[in-house]
Structures are given as structure tokens and as C-alpha cells.
Design a protein around this ligand. Structure first.
Ligand code: ADP
Ligand code: MG
Length: 654
């Protein structure tokens, strides 16, 4: 690489785009470039210390682990220097000339989406919209940290001398952030070890030459960096590790500040739990509940976990042994003296100390949530709305299942307010004498749940039904099995006589019709056979329903073994897009069926009978959540409308 070292090299295309946005269109919160550089310096020191703890020896062993910031008001430069592990020439080019591809693509797509409608050019248009966008959010989310330096600098030189290996030659990476960079050997570098970032500040960024300004930015964003940060020889981050302080001495502002500093979240946390434990294991922990939902099921699937410290030394970011998955929404810190400093990351898995801490954290967190649910319902419900999707996975935790079930919240048919939630205990209190089952229905939303034909019997009896809107809920219900001896059951699974012991609270919407004579019943059975013949293989059977009050028909599973939502879920998992073959149950007392009976009696081969049977099936399929052939459905109902309009005009003599 030596020969071509001085040749300017081109940034990758996506880096250029990111740079253009950062340099030209993000004006809010520019100060966070400093946080990014300090956190990179701190990471480099962390890595160095980690390797030292494991027995490797760096060059200049006696050099203190620290970060120093200095300004030159004449040259208008700002320099951030660390004594961390440094970078080789190759690493300079690789780390600073490229960008994690996934991150940058997401970044660009997101910006484009945010600007949609304002400009055709999307991300390439620089003078609009994203001026208001907060740089801290974007940079935090997409990990394009280093490049934020070009928000304030017109030129940047990164000099680095690696701490390990034989070739501890220093190199300097230089760029104006416009498209190219160079990497060359720097023989004169007085840097003993680590990295020094020198920024030639833009004219409008000279505020960062002021000591007080730098100090306030560092206190705001980098107060808890675990290495000393000096500005002109005075240390700025003198705050202690908050988790080791006695609880009574810490203010809410300190907790909030700490949370924002470590998570880069722009919002205060919803809640904090501070734990200090001596037995069965010694540790301090700060557990924050963020005030926004996590993308746990999406891109950030593996970004959860707590920062693990051993005697104040950071061992691992995002350690996942400390928490069960259902508490993955928590952010924070665990610091223990029961782990050796030089523990390897591999042996952290299956580690007894971590397992014990995990158990204590779970117990304390559950108690904390129980208390919150009792003392501050509004805050608890906010927690549930943000993190319930993850917390629900606790149905898997056999030991704590009862407590977790009690903490779950549901929408239900008894709630007139769509946002209102109920606990299982409150449901039990409202239930009539003799009920021993939590009834539920899984539907995409409240309206669909309400219209579900299976709901009719329950409405008539005044029985409450839990309304579940997420496919995973079916697994949750299945997994819970029982709560306080009550079963969980889908309304579809209610046996014909399951509700007989409860009296009617409401009358069906249709006027009651005269019962059919024995002979008519016989004809009705023949009508059902005819309907089966018309529908052919699309249904397994057509039979009389005992569950319907207002609807004409409903589809049910043939063997009653699986609810339709569970079946849908399994079909999605198997990538099976065929229609399920079900039983069509019809309401013998519904006016529609009574008229079909009359038509059948007059002429069993009437084409309108076939047509209407098809339409009835289509409608039931729709209510069951399947719409396979919308064209055919539209065509059929169009034909029906045409006929109905003609008859209407005829009958009304219009
Ligand atoms: P991130 O920190 O999220 O990885 P950055 O853009 O901030 O992304 O930095 C890119 C990479 O450059 C880092 O991952 C690291 O490898 C390297 N780097 C940046 N600053 C330093 C530094 N002061 N010392 C050593 N390596 C650094
Ligand atoms: Mg970084």
C-alpha cells in the first residue's frame, strides 16, 4: 500500500450521500459530533483495556487511559486525542472510508421517506426539510458517527498509531468530506499511541473553540464516559458511576441525564428501577424503561441487553444473559464485583453469576411492575402499550407465569373506550357466577372482533370476551394454559351447550320466526344438501348452527380443534395460501335462510338459489378473514344488486 499511499481515494457512493446530508442539511444539534468522537475514543480505550486484561501488552504500557481535547484559536482547529488501541493504515481506510452498508441504506431510505412529497430529488436535495431533523436521532439510529465531524469541519485529519502488533507506525487519514480521502505515513507524529482527530472548523462553527461551550456539551452528552476527558488539562467528566451511588442521593434529573447519555434516546425514560444487591450475588443495576416502543421484532432484534460492568470496567455492551427475552425492552447497566475483570466474552455464556443476577433482576422487575400497576395505573398502561408486545413473551417463563399473567392487559368487549384495558383479575370479577373460562377472540382490530359471528352468543348472554389483535396472542393464550384455575378458550371453540347455563340478556335483532314443522325441517335438511352440492369442495359440510343469533352463516373448523386465527398463523408459517376447507353453519331462523327454503321448495334447481348460496359463502369467507378472489366476489354481488334493483322497482311500482 505504501506506493499508492498518497493517491486520493474515493469514498464509496453511499458514504458520499451520507456526507452530503450531514454536511449540508442537518443543523439541529450539531454539537453531538463531539459526543460521537468521544464515544469512539472511549470505545478504543475500552478495547485496549479489555485486551490488556486478557494479558496482551500494548506499546507504551504506562500511558494513562484518557481522552484529551485542545483548541487552537488562531488556526481554528479542535483536536480530540485518545490513548486507545489506534488503527493501522488499512484500518483507517476501512473504518473511515466505508460505512456499514445496511446502516447507510436504511439511513438514506429513511431520510427519503421523511422528505417524500417535499421534493422529487429525495435525499439529494439539500436545502429543505431535514434542516429540522435532529442530527442526534439520525446519527444515533444509524451509526454513522464519525462522519458527523463534517457538520462542523471543512477538513479533518485522523492520525493514529496502533497499540498492538509489530508495525506501530503512525498514519494520517485526511479528507474534506467532499468525496475523496488520503491515507499516508506520518513519520513526524508525536502521538505515542492511539488516535488524534484534528478538525479545521468551519466559519460558522467557531463556538467549538470556546472552552465553556465544549465543557457544557461534554457534560450534557458524555458525562459518564468511563475514562477521564480533559479540556485544556482540566477534567470535565467528574461524575461518578451513578449506579453505585446511594439511591436517596440521586435526583430524577440525574437518572434522566444518565439514561440519555448511555442510550442516545432524546426522550426521558418512562421509568427507572435502581437495584443494589448483596446476596445471593453482589451487584448494582439501573434498569430503564424507555418511553418509546422498541423495534424488537424488526431490525434491532439483537441489539437488546444490558451493559455489563465488572468493578466499573465495561465488559460487554448488550449482554443478553442478564435478562430473559421478555424484558428485552429494558435498557441500562449491571455492575458486579463477583466477576473477574479479565473474563472472556465466551465464558460469559452459561455463567453462574450472570444467571443469579438474571433471577434477581426478574424478581425485582416483576415486583416493581406489580407496584406500578397498583399505584399508577396510567403509567402502567403506558408501559403496557409500549412494551406489552415483548413482555407478553413471558408466557414462556414457567416459574413466574402466574405473576406475569396477572400483569397482562387486554382490550375487551366490556370496554366502551377502545383504548381501555383490563386485567384478568378484573375480568374474573365482572364474570357471572359459574363462569370458569376466559373467552377470547383474535381479530385484526376492534371492529372485526365486534362483527365476528361467534361473538353473537356471548353478546346475547352478556359475557365478556377478550379482544386480541396480534397473531402471537394465540400462542400466548395457548402457552398460559390456565390462570387461577380458569381456562383460556377461543369463542370459536365454545361447544354448542357451553353457554346454556347463562341466561339471555339481549334478544336477537330479528323478530322471532315461527318454528319449522317436522316436514319443513326435513326439506331444510335437503336444502342444506343442495347447498353443499352447489359449493362442492369449497366446504366440508353445510349444517344448522346453534351458535348464531343475528348472522345468517358462519364458517367453523371441521373438528373444532383449532381456531381460525391459529390456522391462519400456521398457514403463513408454512407459506400455504390455499383456502381452508371448513364447515358452513347456517342460521335456520334467519330470514335469508327462510327465503332460500321457500325458493328451494318452489324449484330446487333455481339458478338464483345457487347464486345466493355462493354469495353467502363469500361473505362468510370474508368475515373469516379470507378474500381470495375479489373480482369474482364483486361480480357476484354486482349481479345480485342488479336483480334486487329490478325487483325493488317492480314491487314498489316505481
Ligand atoms: P461506530 O463507532 O458506530 O462503529 P463510527 O463511524 O463512529 O461508527 O466509527 C467507525 C469506526 O472507526 C469505528 O468502529 C472504529 O473501528 C473506528 N474508529 C473511529 N474512531 C476511532 C478511534 N478514536 N480509535 C480507534 N478506532 C476508531
Ligand atoms: Mg462511533
Amino acid at each position: 500500500m505504501a506506493e499508492e499511499a498518497n493517491q486520493p481515494r474515493q469514498f464509496r457512493a453511499e458514504v458520499c450521500k451520507v456526507l452530503r446530508i450531514l454536511t449540508n442539511s442537518l443543523y439541529t444539534n450539531r454539537e453531538i459530533f463531539l459526543r460521537e468522537l468521544i464515544s469512539n475514543a472511549s470505545d478504543a480505550l475500552d478495547k485496549l483495556r479489555y485486551r490488556m486484561n486478557r494479558g496482551e501488552s500494548p506499546c507504551e504500557t504506562d500511558l494513562p487511559l484518557e481522552i484529551r481535547i485542545s483548541m487552537d484559536k488562531v488556526a481554528k482547529t479542535l483536536t480530540i486525542t485518545d490513548t486507545g488501541q489506534g488503527m493501522t493504515a488499512e484500518e483507517l481506510a476501512e473504518n473511515l472510508g466505508t460505512i456499514a452498508k445496511s446502516g447507510s441504506e436504511e439511513f438514506l431510505a429513511d431520510l427519503a421517506a421523511a422528505k417524500d412529497g417535499d421534493t422529487q430529488e429525495g435525499v439529494d436535495s439539500e436545502d429543505n426539510q431535514s434542516k429540522g431533523e435532529d442530527a442526534a436521532n439520525i446519527i444515533g439510529r444509524f451509526g454513522v458517527g464519525f462522519y458527523s465531524v463534517f457538520m462542523v469541519g471543512s477538513k479533518v485529519a485522523v492520525t493514529s498509531r496502533p497499540a498492538f502488533g509489530d508495525a506501530t507506525q503512525a498514519h494520517v487519514w485526511t479528507s474534506d468530506g467532499l468525496g475523496t480521502y488520503t491515507v499516508e505515513p506520518d513519520g513526524a507524529a508525536d502521538l505515542k499511541r492511539g488516535t488524534s482527530v484534528k478538525i479545521w472548523l468551519k466559519d460558522d462553527a467557531s463556538e467549538f473553540l470556546e472552552k465553556y461551550r465544549l465543557e457544557s456539551v461534554i457534560r450534557k452528552h458524555s458525562a459518564f464516559v468511563p475514562f477521564p476527558v480533559f479540556v485544556d488539562d482540566s477534567q470535565v467528566n467528574t461524575q461518578p458511576a451513578l449506579w453505585r451511588e446511594p439511591k436517596f442521593s440521586i435526583t430524577q434529573e440525574q437518572y434522566n441525564g444518565f439514561y440519555k447519555a448511555v442510550t442516545y434516546d432524546a426522550k426521558d425514560p418512562l421509568d427507572v428501577l435502581h437495584i443494589s444487591s448483596d446476596a445471593p450475588v453482589q451487584f448494582h443495576a439501573l434498569l430503564f424503561t424507555p418511553d418509546n416502543a422498541q423495534e424488537f421484532f424488526g431490525a434491532e432484534r439483537d441489539a437488546w441487553g444490558l451493559d455489563l460492568y465488572a468493578s466499573r470496567v465495561l465488559i460487554q455492551h448488550h449482554n443478553q444473559e442478564l435478562l430473559p427475552e421478555y424484558l428485552a425492552f429494558l435498557k441500562g447497566v449491571v455492575d458486579t464485583e463477583d466477576l473477574p475483570l479479565n473474563i472472556s466474552r465466551e465464558t460469559l455464556q452459561e455463567n453462574m453469576v450472570l444467571r443469579k443476577i438474571n433471577q434477581v433482576l426478574v424478581k425485582q422487575m416483576l415486583s416493581h411492575l406489580e407496584k406500578l400497576a397498583k399505584d399508577d395505573t396510567a403509567k402502567y398502561e403506558q408501559f403496557w402499550k409500549l412494551h406489552g408486545r415483548i413482555f407478553k413473551l413471558g408466557y414462556n417463563d414457567f416459574t413466574n407465569r402466574e405473576r406475569i399473567s396477572a400483569l397482562m392487559r387486554f382490550n375487551s368487549s366490556a370496554m366502551t373506550d377502545a383504548e381501555a384495558l383490563t386485567s384478568l383479575d378484573a375480568y374474573m370479577e365482572r364474570a357471572p357466577q359459574g363462569q370458569k373460562t376466559f373467552w377470547y377472540v383474535v381479530a385484526p382490530n376492534r371492529e372485526a372482533a365486534r362483527l365476528n359471528p361467534h361473538m353473537e352468543r356471548f353478546r346475547r348472554k352478556g359475557l365478556e370476551v377478550l379482544w386480541l389483535y396480534e397473531p402471537v396472542d394465540e400462542f400466548v393464550m395457548d402457552g398460559l394454559g390456565k390462570y387461577k384455575d380458569w381456562e383460556f378458550k377461543s369463542v370459536e371453540m365454545a361447544a354448542d351447550d357451553a353457554l346454556d347455563s347463562f341466561s339471555d340478556k339481549e334478544q336477537p335483532a330479528h323478530e322471532s320466526v315461527a318454528p319449522l314443522s317436522d316436514e319443513e325441517r326435513g326439506t331444510f335438511d335437503k336444502l342444506l344438501e343442495k347447498m353443499k352440492e352447489i359449493l362442492g369442495d369449497k366446504v366440508k359440510e353445510v349444517r344448522v348452527s346453534h351458535r348464531l343469533a343475528d348472522s345468517a352463516a358462519v364458517l367453523v373448523s371441521p373438528d373444532g380443534s383449532m381456531s381460525s386465527s391459529m390456522e391462519k398463523l400456521l398457514k403463513v408459517m408454512r407459506k400455504d395460501d390455499t383456502l381452508p376447507v371448513k364447515v358452513l353453519e347456517v342460521n335456520r331462523d334467519h330470514p335469508l335462510l327462510r327465503n332460500l327454503l321457500r325458493m328451494y321448495q318452489a324449484n330446487a334447481e333455481d339458478s338464483m338459489l345457487a347464486h345466493m348460496t355462493q354469495c353467502l359463502f363469500d361473505a362468510s369467507l370474508l368475515l373469516d378473514g379470507y378474500l381470495k378472489d375479489p373480482q369474482e366476489l364483486a361480480q357476484r354481488s354486482g349481479k345480485l344488486l342488479e336483480n334486487a334493483a329490478a325487483w325493488y322497482a317492480e314491487v314498489k311500482k316505481l
